[in-house]
Design a protein around this ligand. Structure first.
Ligand code: NAP
Length: 588
């Protein structure tokens, strides 16, 4: 493409993608978009801090060659009123990694928000928001240091898909007629109507990215946050697809929370990430009461929107919360707050959000030394109470400084050679001791912990016991030893010549061996096992499972996945889970 106002720097090299990996040269070209309102103030300050940290970390061996791209007001001046020119879109894709300030969103119809346009046009499907506490930052929490999560919010679908019809419009009336007359739906006349599409494709690529992040960054868990108890086929489906990706694509590197308790007795196995899920409304409560139970969060668009701001507010508000919008490789890092027009060009506001978006960007590039220098220097400055106006008004005895003075103080701190290794060790020790403490609690009192941490099993996969299989031809007495040794009341028998799986339970032994007066040493397991199995799919709800047992007059069902038995749920399991964790009737 022949560019009009896009100029690539003379020096530096572009990032590239080779064999499915991002290749980062030592002198990469990265793009920045200043943005509107306070954007130029914070971008100017941050570029200075980032460059100083790079110089400090690598002494000239590595250096970013920045190029400016234009969106919003500055673009309109250069491109005859066009706020998001095609050549900028093209350049953002070519450059792969960029960072932007906030952009004005005109209010009212007829104009897509620039941020929405950017996400949609570049298909930046994951909005990633790390939220953690920095010592010294004012917070309303009692123990803000427990907050350290990375939120992956789906960015392209849900009620944000833009399928919405105004009350009383011709379109709304047509949709209303269709829903009522053809689908039997009931709702008030003349409603505004919005549609919430959630797809397997959209959900899975988001959860895949979240799990990969957790594995790459030694995180303990990924929590799927959803409202599946009410919206079964959208939010509930998101949750089920999330577990499916974990099972099918990361089977050897992930376990479910059910496995954590039932197989591992609450002890987290090394090198595995726990996949769990929580209902969205409970999650807000849990992030206030037990934030350190959560690590990486993957959620749908609307939940993610609310949750990211709420969690950010726990540890310093939007002024310092960073973010990024990402596709598989292309990533646009961005300040998460708006343009705060009343403060534009006053050199006044907090550059923290953009600053830490830059830290995320350097982590994404693998330049962890730069990220660490800024991360560890920042609290030193804040703890000396050198802060911008927003923090100053929340602190006693603070020295209020401008945006650029804050950048100066931070650069001085970066140059003062913080002992990064010592800080890293401190941080690692704190993370480790938190993990050990939680693990000890899970192992000592599993049900107390499950309940307190908001675990609510929904599907058979959440409560099933993993099966033990035996081969046909084995004698019953041998299987009895096995059952006693493992404390289990049934085994699944692999298929014989007829190709059918079977199940043998303690009741079969009582009825078909002892009651029938036969010797377990002379009867083969397949002779008394029951077939065919009554199976249910892994994502069947507990309520449906109970109905299946009642209707089929059976006391246990075999859980099946991809045609193979993977677990067993008995009436005792259902009874125990309801007794221990309570039972909320399902809203249908
Ligand atoms: P805003 O620009 O985020 O400002 C709201 C308030 O948040 C400010 O008045 C200020 O609070 C505080 N604030 C924001 N950034 C700050 C910073 N860096 N340091 C300290 N305090 C900060 O939200 P808005 O006024 O609702 O939106 C203004 C424009 O920004 C709109 O056009 C909106 O669409 C757009 N916007 C863009 C993005 C984006 O580009 N990603 C995101 C959100 C909004 P005090 O008044 O209490 O000092």
């Amino acid at each position: 493409m022949a560019y009009k106002h896009v100029e690539f720097p003379q020096q530096g090299q572009r990032l590239s993608i080779e064999n499915g990996r991002l290749v980062i040269p030592d002198h990469p070209i990265l793009a920045y978009v200043e943005g509107d309102g306070i954007g130029p103030d914070i971008m100017r300050a941050c570029l200075r801090v980032w460059d100083a940290a790079i110089e400090q970390a690598y002494g000239g061996k590595r250096k970013v060659h920045w190029m400016e791209l234009y969106m919003g007001g500055k673009a309109a001046e250069k491109y005859d009123g066009n706020v998001f020119p095609d050549e900028v879109k093209e350049a953002l894709q070519q450059i792969i990694v960029s960072i932007k300030g906030p952009l004005t969103t005109p209010v009212g119809g007829g104009f897509r928000s620039l941020n929405v346009a950017l996400r949609q046009d570049l298909d930046l499907y994951a909005c990633v928001r790390p939220v953690r506490y920095y010592p010294g930052v004012p917070s309303p929490m009692r123990q803000p240091e427990f907050v350290d999560v990375v939120i992956f919010r789906e960015n392209t679908e849900d009620v944000y898909a833009g399928i919405e019809y105004q009350a009383g419009s011709t379109e709304a009336k047509r949709v209303e007629r269709f829903l009522k007359d053809e689908m039997g739906a009931e709702f008030f006349n003349d409603s505004g109507i919005g549609v919430k599409p959630i797809s397997a494709f959209g959900s899975k690529r988001l959860v895949r990215k979240a799990i990969q992040y957790a594995l790459d960054h030694d995180r303990e868990s990924v929590t799927l946050v959803h409202k599946g108890n009410i919206q079964k086929y959208t939010e509930g489906a998101f949750r089920n697809w999330g577990y499916e990706v974990a099972r099918e694509e990361f089977g050897d590197r992930t376990i479910t929370e059910a496995d954590l308790y039932s197989i591992y007795g609450g002890k987290q196995p090394k090198d595995k990430v726990v996949i769990k899920d929580r209902i969205a409304d409970i999650m807000f409560q849990l992030m206030l009461l037990r934030p350190n139970e959560f690590d990486v969060i993957a959620t749908t668009n609307l939940n993610g929107d609310y949750l990211s701001d709420a969690i950010a507010a726990e540890v310093g508000g939007v002024g310092i919360a960073p973010g990024a919008n990402m596709a598989d490789f292309v990533a646009v890092f961005e300040a998460t707050h708006g343009t705060a027009p009343k403060y534009a060009n006053q050199d006044k506001v907090n550059p923290g959000s953009l600053l830490f978006s830059g830290v995320m960007m350097f982590e994404y590039l693998g330049w962890n030394e730069v990220a660490d220098l800024i991360t560890f220097a920042y609290p030193e400055v804040i703890q000396r109470k050198i802060v911008t106006y927003d923090f100053a008004r929340l602190m006693d005895g603070a020295t209020e400084v401008s945006t650029s003075q804050f950048a100066d103080a931070l650069i001085d701190q970066i140059k003062a050679k913080v002992d990064i290794e010592a800080r890293r060790r401190e941080w690692f020790t704190a993370v480790q001791s938190g993990r050990e403490e939680r693990e000890a609690r899970r192992m000592a009192e599993p049900f107390v912990e499950m309940r307190a941490s908001g675990r609510t099993p929904h599907t058979v996969a959440d409560i099933m016991s993993h099966i033990r299989t035996v081969k046909p031809g084995v004698f019953v007495d041998q299987v009895m030893h096995l059952m006693r040794e493992h404390g289990i009341s049934s085994v699944v028998v692999e298929p014989g010549r007829d190709g059918l799986w079977a199940i043998m339970t303690q009741r079969d032994i009582i009825g078909r061996i002892i009651h029938a007066n036969r010797s377990p040493a002379h009867v083969k397991v397949e002779e008394i096992a029951t077939k065919p199995l009554v199976t249910v799919p892994v994502d069947m709800s507990l309520q449906e499972c109970a109905s299946r047992m009642v209707e089929s007059h059976i006391r246990r069902v075999v859980v099946e996945q991809s045609g193979l038995p993977v677990g067993i749920v008995s009436d005792t399991d259902l009874f125990r889970i309801v007794d221990e964790l309570g039972w909320e009737p399902v809203v249908l």
